[in-house]
Design a protein around this ligand. Structure first.
Ligand SMILES: [Zn+2]
Length: 699
């Protein structure tokens, strides 16, 4: 089509479009484009095929990228309606780059289930995507409490090894099963992210917490085209949803530092998981009722030795002032009187907590001064005791962080011991569920590692290295013993060990012996001799494992991960689930309702915040008339009849008044948009948008 005709045609586009994209703020140089025909691309966040719970909050953003010409018409519609009228809020329009233009609306939601088509037309550019909005199942018995376990990096092989080491085997039959083996439902989870088949813990844990895919290293946000990692389009986390809409208590427990990707996924919104100082602040902003783990370096002010902060914020003090009971070691944790404690903040290490192996052997070479750290099951037990006092129920997210942290350096024993530690915590949760009912327990991993069990390793006949790896019939059975019955093998360097190998690693030495301290496999491209029991071994080549990748450690793998569920609502966790669907399965199991009576309002637009987001004023004239002033335009609306005069033009609308709030139809809101002669996002009334959000947004 002739481009001039196209432009003429596009003038007929939907109302909101007429107002967008052409205004220039005084003093801002007008963007210069190379040509007058627009080519480039359209990016929309949330992305195509995103799925939402009705009432879940998110930021909506359209980016016109790589523009060769400024589009003279931009229309952004949802199911055919201008997006601004649809969401009841105005776009903030920006030009982040010389050849880009962005349209952002923060903190909106879909109020009704169904399919929504988002259509963007900008000059000759066009893009159509679709969203799905659902409400959680309300039928059947619902889980009042949810305890979600994330074994970071816990592949099927990790579970098998944990079962062998913890329970042992006789003539091919296990002598017992793990707690996570004995759950009612089992499925698998696919883990890939928005930008890559291989995921990291940030976007994968976020998928569980929000129901949305993310990019590598991103927490609770979609990508955008700005360098700022903290301004990305956000999606609400389940902890934020519960805090906003329910009386449920929430908790986050991890053996990693709390600012690390998996625990942070419950509260954080950043494109960069490394924003740990900011993530600490996000914990404080969201305030889950129980917070237990490592990572005090980012909770302590810079004046305290060990602090990683660059400011004077003291989160121990802030949390205490917010009513949290503070604990800093195991002794204090075990003394917590749960009956008198509603909020608990416990941080037990400057960084990641040490592994159970190092804690239980009092390996001071690793522990340093942190000799009094609790176990994961002790943290889980205390968290449940505190949270379960809430009569509305609770959601607790528990992570075993060191499974992943130890599989990176290919230290499978420390990783598997951590998995057993998590299994004991799962046991604590199952006892609670058994006793009190109405509880769902979910166990999964965020991604896999390449660990695989080949057979056994035995040097008893004088062989070593590859020659001592025993396969098939020669493997027999390993000789781990748990004489004290604590669920952990008494020794790890037993006579006949598991032979464990990896697929995704750099060149490194594997001598099948425990590393005295966790050790990096490869340094500067060379296998690290420190991985060997005898680093000066003249014949160390027999332990050399040539790996398929470069780098210093093993990496995540793409395979599906295990999914187990137990208790109320466990039927939702069967089959193959995408990681985002685990979020929705939890929502179904809980019957998570984010809207309440607000569903009755359907897609109406609340008048006051909408007008205020346009920098307008609204005046109630005592009787049943309101006067609206937006820009140079005015409108008058009769609340009884719905008759209106907008800039001299007579109209009528449906008016609904609920709970002292006035609502109008989206079409009428679109008419109000026309009152503004020109707008530009750089002068957008952020304070109104923020106040609007603080007041509860569109209801
Ligand atoms: Zn990892």
């Amino acid at each position: 089509m002739n481009s001039k005709l196209m432009k003429t045609a596009s003038i007929l586009l939907l109302t909101g479009a007429l107002l967008l994209g052409s205004a220039v703020v005084p003093g801002t140089p007008e963007t210069v484009y190379a040509a007058d025909e627009t080519t480039g691309s359209i990016y929309i966040a949330p992305v195509d095929r995103a799925k939402f719970l009705a009432g879940a909050r998110f930021d909506f953003r359209v980016e016109l990228r790589d523009l060769t010409a400024k589009p003279n018409q931009v229309s952004i519609t949802i199911n055919g309606r201008p997006a601004e009228a649809f969401f009841g809020q105005s776009f903030v329009i920006t030009n982040t780059h010389e050849d880009s233009e962005e349209y952002t609306i923060r903190d909106v939601m879909f109020r009704s289930p169904g399919l929504y088509e988002v259509e963007v037309k900008a000059g000759e550019l066009q893009r159509k995507i679709q969203y799905e909005v659902i409400v959680a199942d309300q039928y059947g018995k619902k889980a009042k409490n949810v305890i979600f376990f994330n074994g970071d990096g816990m592949s099927h092989a990790v579970i098998t090894a944990a079962r062998i080491l913890s329970k042992g085997m006789t003539e091919g039959k296990y002598n017992g099963l793990l707690e996570m083996d004995m759950m009612e439902a089992r499925g698998v989870v696919t883990t890939s992210g928005l930008d890559s088949i291989a995921t990291d813990s940030a976007n994968s844990a976020s998928a569980y917490a929000t129901g949305h895919k993310g990019e590598m290293n991103a927490l609770g946000v979609y990508p955008d085209n700005t360098p700022d990692s903290l301004d990305n389009p956000r999606v609400e986390t389940i902890i934020e949803m519960l805090k906003r809409t329910s009386g449920k208590a929430t908790g986050i427990v991890s053996t990693a530092e709390l600012q690390d990707a998996s625990p942070a996924a419950g509260v954080a919104h950043t494109r960069r998981r490394g924003d740990k100082a900011e993530i600490a602040e996000m914990f404080y902003k969201v305030q889950p009722d129980v917070i237990l783990g490592g990572g005090s370096a980012y909770f302590l002010p810079q004046s305290v030795p060990g602090s990683s902060r660059k400011d004077d914020q003291d989160f121990f003090k802030l949390f205490e002032e917010a009513g949290y009971h503070i604990v800093e070691n195991r002794t204090q944790l075990l003394q917590v009187d749960a009956g008198k404690t509603d909020r608990l903040f416990g941080v037990f290490h400057l960084g990641n907590m040490d592994t159970y192996y190092d804690r239980s052997t009092n390996n001071t070479a690793v522990l340093g001064s942190f000799t009094d750290q609790p176990t994961l099951w002790e943290m889980t037990q205390t968290a449940i005791e505190v949270l379960s006092k809430n009569e509305e129920g609770f959601l607790l997210m528990v992570e075993a962080g060191s499974i992943d942290k130890q599989l990176h350096p290919l230290d499978w024993e420390r990783a598997v011991i951590e998995a057993i530690e998590m299994d004991k915590a799962i046991g604590v949760a199952k006892r609670f569920a058994e006793q009190y009912g109405d509880t769902l327990i979910v166990v999964t991993a965020d991604h896999a590692h390449s660990m695989s069990i080949t057979g056994t390793y035995w040097e008893g006949d004088g062989k070593s290295g590859k020659d001592a790896v025993r396969t098939y019939a020669e493997a027999g059975f390993p000789t781990y013993v748990d004489a004290d019955g604590d669920g952990f093998p008494d020794e790890l360097d037993v006579e006949r060990k598991l032979a464990v190998h990896f697929a995704n690693h750099p060149d490194y030495y594997e001598d099948y012996k425990m590393d005295p301290v966790p050790t990096t496999p490869n340094v500067n491209g060379e296998p690290n001799p420190a991985k060997l029991l005898n680093p000066d071994d003249p014949d160390r080549g027999r332990f050399l494992q040539i790996g398929p990748i470069n780098g210093s450690t093993g990496v995540h793998t793409v395979e599906d991960v295990p999914l187990m569920a137990h208790g109320t609502g466990s039927q939702y966790f069967i089959g193959v689930l995408d990681n985002t669907e685990v979020f929705f399965a939890i929502a179904h199991a809980m019957g998570l309702q984010l809207l309440d009576s607000e569903t009755e309002i359907g897609e109406l637009v609340q008048l006051r915040p909408f007008v205020e987001s346009l920098n307008g004023t609204i005046t109630y004239n005592g009787g049943n008339t309101v006067e609206l002033k937006i820009g140079q335009g005015t409108a008058r609306l009769n609340l009884t009849s719905g008759d209106a005069v907008v800039n001299g033009q007579s109209l009528s609308t449906d008016v609904k008044i609920m709970n002292q709030r006035t609502y109008v139809t989206p079409d009428f809101a679109a008419k109000l948009l026309e009152l503004l002669p020109e707008r530009n996002g750089r002068s957008a009334p952020w304070q109104y948008v923020n106040r609007y959000a603080a007041s509860g947004g569109v209801r």
